[in-house]
Ligand binder design. Structure first.
Ligand code: MLT
Length: 406
């Protein structure tokens, strides 16, 4: 008999953003003339930086000639990109980083989802609540999450509530955990941790020998001082943390696909016998077996974002979206909403009117205002009562959306 991985029938039937797309498509069919404004999934609206497009054209041209054509590249990424990453994202901030600690990939969604391959399914996992749904879903698929309860919470996951009461700063878990997912600047709340707040987690992980899986996909949107861009700014973090970074939001690569994961060489986890094993070696083994490298053309596009011209173009993209975030914040405040985020992140977390659920309010905004948001409850129980507005739309659409809410 052919047996399935039964964990797949325990998880919700559709992925959060697929469910939203389904509801939006249905409305568009029912009301073909509706001018729907999309502030749901964090998909960028501006085109790629010119430097990246030029680099891709040049790289594509190289593929035409036998002398410059490239077949399989190194699975971990070409040296030219790994070097640019080390120098620009780490050395420039005084963080030591070697090329072989950087693994280029096709996205942080894949990396944060796949990282579980190198960890035992017996590990106790802690996840901030609300969170990017990939963390919970992939742990559930791997059988690490236990059983789903009536509220949708999994029996084996330690949820770390981030809510108004604690200022969206998760408290250290009471029970010991092995793997901890942190995403800062946070998706979905748009809030951040200061150096001191993140240090507590690094200290905890060092003491308990746990691993922090730090998703820093939104670091480029930080505008305030005292917000770490990388977990490795914290002393000792290289002993306990894996970091995920992405070109998706930073440089508009959501469709182009490029990201990277850092696994420091000295980062260890243990066998049942207590032998320390380097995670860099395991991730390298996993990556080389299951992944054949991000395309050469795309890696050249990513490399170009680190040139002086590229940096200026990326800065302009970020500035555009952060001005949208400001407009959303201002518009929602004027309309009487209680809001969070949007200062160091392209997401604004808004409280639904009293008595309305996340999905109820999402449906109301979709049907009555033709506005697509993301229901907070889709990110976890602590997201109930909130909706998330994305700042990745066009300026025109962002302004029009706020007018509809006046
Ligand atoms: C989001 O809207 O949360 C993100 O765009 C989803 C993603 O990055 O996959």
């Amino acid at each position: 008999m052919k047996l399935i991985n039964e964990n797949f029938i325990k998880i919700p039937a559709t992925y959060l953003f697929s469910e939203i797309a389904k509801r939006v498509n249905l409305l568009q069919q029912q009301e073909p003339d509706a001018q729907i404004i999309r502030m749901g999934i964090g998909d960028v609206s501006l085109p790629l930086p010119d430097v990246s497009v030029d680099a891709m054209i040049k790289a594509a041209e190289e593929q035409r000639h036998s002398t410059t054509f490239r077949g399989y590249g190194p699975e971990q990424g070409y040296d030219f990109l790994r070097k640019a990453i080390c120098e620009n994202d780490y050395h420039s901030r005084g963080i030591s980083m070697e090329m072989d600690e950087v693994f280029v990939s096709d996205g942080s969604k894949s990396d944060t989802g796949n990282i579980g391959d190198i960890f035992s399914s017996d590990n106790k996992v802690a996840i901030t609540d609300p969170s990017y749904p990939v963390y919970v879903d992939t742990n559930a698929m791997a059988g690490r999450a236990g059983e789903p309860g009536e509220t949708g919470a999994w029996s084996n996951i330690v949820y770390l509530p981030c809510n108004e009461a604690n200022g969206f700063v998760p408290e250290l878990p009471r029970e010991e955990v092995d793997l901890i997912y942190l995403c800062y600047p946070n998706n979905p709340t748009g809030t951040t941790l200061t150096h001191a707040q993140l240090k507590k987690w690094v200290d905890y992980a060092r003491e308990k020998k746990s691993i922090i899986l730090f998703d820093a996909a939104y670091e480029a949107f930080i505008t305030e001082e005292n917000v770490p861009h990388s977990i490795y700014e914290l002393e000792g973090a290289r002993e306990v943390a894996i970091e995920f970074r992405s070109f998706s939001k930073t440089a508009g690569f959501t469709g182009t696909r490029c990201a990277y994961t850092v696994v420091p060489r000295g980062l260890m986890a243990y066998t049942r016998n207590g032998d320390a094993i380097a995670l860099n070696r395991l991730w390298n083994r996993r990556h080389t077996t299951k992944f054949n490298g991000t395309s050469y053309v795309v890696q050249r596009a990513a490399e170009a974002t680190y040139t002086p011209e590229g940096k200026a173009q990326v800065k302009a993209l970020i500035g555009y979206y952060m001005e949208n975030a400001r407009i959303i914040r201002e518009g929602l405040l004027k309309a009487g909403y209680t809001i969070y985020g949007g200062i160091n992140a392209p997401y604004v977390w808004a409280k639904a009117p009293a008595g309305m659920s996340s999905w109820g309010y999402f449906d109301y905004l979709l049907k009555d205002k033709h506005l697509v948001t993301t229901p907070g409850a889709g990110f976890g129980a602590s997201g109930e009562g909130f909706v998330r507005f994305s700042a990745f739309g066009s300026r025109e659409a962002t302004i029009a959306a706020m007018k509809r809410l006046e």
